[in-house]
Design a protein. Structure first.
Length: 280
């Protein structure tokens, strides 16, 4: 069973009445604040989206972490008489935790129809973005799911760093006795910074996406394809069939137009969360 993929927001300031809602069309999965169009309920235009449904998942709490380390050591020998070892290592770690709260899952009750997909892709701002690609037609992304935290929760961020240097030397002492002497010195430094805050109730915790795009080269899955949805062309130009695909890790890795560093973590038996790299 394919894992359902959610995208974590960079901060928790988006409310249910804000720009990120079901039917919002954005240019890239990592740019939820850049809105190309808003369609559906309460939006201008005549594109009707499927009705919405809501379910509640109680007692959600999550945490994520990331660590990086590096080290180096150098060994010296002085004309076979004495030796020395010098080295050092450093590292950083980032931890974020979210306290317990209930999540409301907002999604479309039915799939988008071919007529909806065609109408969205041919909106002027959306079409301009699709046509702006360097390697062909660019995909656009429509918000198809939202996780809403029903109550306030605590976000705790902890950032730590460590640095250590070490030197060791050995060699014969002055004189002729068959002995060897040596020494070792090590210095370590560690630092941790912790910040926490409480969110407002009713904020958007994460979002789910579907991509609207043209067919890629090679074998293409038919699971989410709409053979009757087309990107309309100018007079005399052929129409291009459109694909409606749930956005997964594999899907975003296939996007050649814009590469973004991200991390991923499993948040349930069949759910994954993707977020921008913490060291960004």
């Amino acid at each position: 069973m394919m894992a359902s993929t959610w995208f974590l927001l960079p901060d928790f300031t988006f409310t249910v009445d804000g720009p990120l809602r079901l039917g919002t069309v954005i240019p890239h999965w990592s740019k939820p604040t850049t809105v190309l169009a808003t369609v559906g309920r309460g939006a201008t235009g005549e594109i009707e989206l499927p009705p919405q449904t809501t379910i509640v998942e109680p007692n959600h709490s999550h945490s994520r972490s990331q660590s990086r380390s590096s080290g180096i050591s150098v060994w010296f020998t002085f004309e076979g008489l004495a030796s020395a070892l010098a080295g050092g290592d450093s590292g950083k770690n980032d931890n974020i935790s979210y306290s317990e709260t209930d999540h409301e899952i907002h999604s479309f009750k039915d799939p988008l129809t071919p007529e909806m997909v065609t109408a969205i892709a041919n909106l002027p701002a959306v079409r301009a973005h699709i046509d702006s690609g360097m390697f062909g037609k660019r995909p656009v992304y429509i918000v198809s799911g939202l996780r809403i935290a029903t109550s306030s929760f605590t976000v705790m961020k902890e950032r730590g760093s460590n640095f250590a240097v070490e030197a060791e030397a050995s060699g014969p002492p002055a004189g002729t006795l068959p002995v060897e002497i040596g020494g070792n010195v090590r210095h370590e430094n560690q630092k941790t910074i912790t910040d926490s805050y409480h969110t407002a109730p009713g904020i958007v915790f994460a979002y789910r996406l579907h991509a609207i795009r043209t067919r890629r080269a090679g074998l293409e899955t038919e699971l989410f394809s709409h053979k009757s949805a087309f990107l309309t062309g100018a007079t005399g130009e052929a129409q291009e069939p459109l694909i409606l695909a749930e956005v997964t890790q594999d899907e975003i890795d296939e996007d050649l137009e814009e590469e973004v560093e991200y991390e991923s973590v499993n948040i349930g038996e069949n759910e994954m969360c993707i977020y921008l790299s913490l060291n960004k």
